[in-house]
Design a protein around this ligand. Sequence first.
Ligand code: ADP
Ligand code: MG
Length: 286
Amino acid sequence: MTRIISLLNQKGGVGKTTTTVNLAGALALQGNKILVIDLDPQTHLGLHFGVESESASVYDLLMEEDVTIQDTLLVARENIDLVTSEVGLAAAESELASKTDRHDLLSRKLAPIDGKYDYILIDCPPSLGLLTINALAASKELIVPMQTHFLALQGVSRLFETVQMLVGGLNPGLQVTGIVLCMHEKNTKLAREVVDDLQGFFDSSRETAVPWKNCKILYPPIRRNVKLAEAPSFGQTIFDYEPDCAGAKDYRKLAQSVVDADPTKTVTVEVEVKSEQVNQIPNDAT
Ligand code: ADP
Ligand code: MG
């Protein structure tokens, strides 16, 4: 079964695209078949993979009845296919508004390839408009990349409530699998406080019916690492660019946490305890 995961945060610059690219890279190196979809008109995902759009983009896929997902697929790497975005996608927010089926266009376009990939990762724009609603309606899971900022908890809880409101009726099965702490400054008091706050919030949601009741702080936090910021300008994943750097190590471990957090796997009590333990952020994340 394909795990369809949206990488979502309504803020820009938090690490969504970096996480989409390098999580895809790490999962693909493990032998998984991956499809990545760029839903952001900034088109950073294709640039990050060093792939130029030559065929139909996600804009054509959403706007044109007769464009199929197969028409849009590009090979980005071994085991990674890519659907690119284009700058014109920004207009889709208003152009889609008049369509009656505007909320689940993406979901229906992905239906024919269900099961063909192990993971479909959707890189969302930094907004909660119709493009993001299409991503949420098409997804089974959400991963929220974020920075450990002051007020991070308020941002996350408000985002989750908005998501629930937006897609509660449209996609009641949607689950928040986890958050990824990006550009993490380990050992700062602020980072520790934010992590404690978030952990407390998730722990208090466990027995409730909210979509984030199983949400974890995915291990490890991704350290701030300049190589991760350099790799995109070469059109490379961190595994192409500097496979032994801290950023590559972090994303490799993160990929394993994402594999382990598969909500379709039966969770035994033992696994639950283990995952609680790995969520503890060590003092030294090396
Ligand atoms: P978003 O997609 O949410 O807008 P990006 O993934 O583009 O965010 O990240 C924003 C900026 O931060 C980019 O320049 C990116 O290269 C950089 N960046 C992301 N993660 C890290 C990290 N762990 N260490 C250093 N720079 C990072
Ligand atoms: Mg981005």
